[in-house]
Design a protein. Structure first.
Length: 240
């Protein structure tokens, strides 16, 4: 469920697939919520929904009035709503989203790092936990970021392959890490460069281009852990 596991990519795939089956639904709406610990930007979400529905909203109207306008519009619409990166529960109706069900033939898909958030928002009947990639699929994703030359040298040079595999294993099957790190080492040309990259990944990961941004995305998942679990991370560094 944590960051970098591919939830956003999966929702985008859903969005694209559903757009091709528009005969089944009037509209497909894909929104990144990313609400903070204390604030849900209701107005922005309402506006994004209104834009997709083609419904005008007045800037000076309250959130309650805007929600009523959207609820009326949704009654005439068969929709699929994709809500990505939902970090805290919130009332759908307060935003203007009707509760999907068999009666209105509408669907709601929520992506969250928190199982508890999904349950509290009514998604308890169908929970799907994202898993890290299996080794073969993870290696394929890692290599998809490399140049043809780099991939050829991994196949032909045992020393390079050893360093590449060490870098690959450090990604732990996490799609975000596989892509970020794979792109960072994509142009490595000889054993020396691969060895340097493997050493940096183990001792100085922040020196790898793109890793700082990746850590920023993962930090929220770490911050959500209780203190006892957070203390386990330094302990794990003794057994890499």
């Amino acid at each position: 469920w944590d960051g970098g596991g591919g939830k956003t990519t999966l929702l985008n795939e859903f969005n694209n697939a559903l757009e091709k089956k528009r005969a089944d639904y009037h509209v497909v709406i894909n929104i990144e919520v990313s609400n903070s610990e204390t604030l849900l930007n209701v107005v922005d979400i309402q506006q994004m929904i209104a834009d997709r529905l083609g419904v005008p909203l007045k800037d000076n109207d309250s959130e309650i009035l805007r929600a009523k306008v959207l609820l009326r519009a949704f009654k005439e619409t068969k929709f699929v709503l994709l809500l990505d990166d939902v970090r805290n529960e919130f009332s759908l109706e307060d935003v203007g989203i009707p509760t999907p069900g068999r009666e209105n033939h509408c669907k709601l898909i929520i992506a969250s790092r928190s199982e508890d958030v999904c349950i509290k928002m009514g998604a308890h009947q169908c929970l799907i936990e994202m898993q890290c990639l299996e080794k073969e699929a993870a290696w394929e994703m890692f290599c998809s970021n490399l140049t043809r030359r780099a991939k050829r040298e991994i196949d032909e040079n045992n020393a390079i392959r050893e360093h590449a595999m060490a870098i690959f294993r450090s990604c732990g099957g996490l799609p975000l890490a596989l892509n970020v790190v794979g792109r960072a080492v994509a142009g490595s040309k000889d054993p020396r460069e691969w060895r340097r990259a493997a050493k940096a990944m183990k001792a100085y990961p922040s020196r790898i281009p793109g890793v700082d941004d990746m850590f920023a995305k993962l930090k929220y998942s770490y911050d959500r852990l209780d203190g006892a679990l957070q203390k386990c991370f330094p302990y794990c560094t003794f057994f890499p």
